[in-house]
Design a binder for this molecule. Sequence first.
Ligand SMILES: Cc1cc2nc3c(=O)[nH]c(=O)nc-3n(C[C@H](O)[C@H](O)[C@H](O)COP(=O)(O)O)c2cc1C
Length: 334
Amino acid sequence: MSFNQPNSTKNIHKLSIAPMMDCTDKHFRMIMRKISSKALLYTEMIVAQSLIYTNKKENFLNFNNEEHPISIQFGGDDPLILKEAARMAQDWGYDEINFNVGCPSPRVCSGNFGASLMKDPEKVAKCINSLKNNCNLPVTIKHRIGVDNDDSFMHLNNFVRCIANAGADRFTVHARKAILKGLNPKQNRTIPPLKYDVVKKLKKINPDLLIEINGGFTDIDESLEALNDFDGVMIGRSVYKHPLRWSDIDQKIYKIKTKAKSASQIIFSLIPYIERHLSNGGESWDICKHLINLVEGIPKAKIWRSQISNKSIKKELDIEYLIKLTTRLEEMGY
Ligand SMILES: Cc1cc2nc3c(=O)[nH]c(=O)nc-3n(C[C@H](O)[C@H](O)[C@H](O)COP(=O)(O)O)c2cc1C
């Protein structure tokens, strides 16, 4: 049975928070959801094969109800395994599935998935097709503008057209190529130059496709400008390191008439969540390791950060102490 969606039901997400391993877990996503009610959130990449064979599926799949809209990102290269993964994603209540062929990690590429798959568009098409035909969720793809010597515009355009024919609903293009030999994943996020013009051309000659730009965006105004050329903007490192810089996403990107939240308002709004996590046996550091980035730019932020970190790492952070510190932030006007 095919579950393909008509084009009219495609969701346009103007801004999304990039999938980032070891960063965009459900706790960070909760923080981001307090910052923006609308941005699309992504899970970290989940290797489809690991998901299928584990008997602890909930560790991979659980998320908080408040996180919607949320996209689950899969890595893999086996259509049969992806078929099972798609069904699980739908059953678990995700809003969208994203397929990752942009990751240059040697560990990922040695399994013949991630960025190396861009060299084999037919295989990627089969994967997208399998995801698409086994759920009724939008299926999107995240990729680079090229890999190694397969970096001509013709290659990119052929890749995108082939994947569009397989049913992909949106293309998130990290505007750099990946260099699989010689650069590690971190270098692959900085050394190959960003080429927004290439992605602009891609959108221009494929106006029928939804194309989201990714790579190097550092503030909301830049993102707003990018929306003149692209259907969406995906933000990674800047939002993780400087979440408060993005506190008016709802106002500026989505034109919602609310006030941007302060750091203390965001932390106070998370207190019930943190309490729940602690009472379920979780550690405060699970959440606080992300929360400490919120105090950026605040006088004496270093002290606040070390107070939270020290107590939290030693497992001595209780809610009363967190409220006390946050009240101090609020009194200082933050
Ligand atoms: C720590 C870290 C982990 C990442 N993990 C993933 C991942 O799991 N899946 C993925 O598609 N991209 C991953 N990326 C790449 C980002 O999604 C994004 O494409 C890249 O950082 C460029 O966007 P930016 O300049 O806004 O950060 C990761 C990036 C970082 C910094």
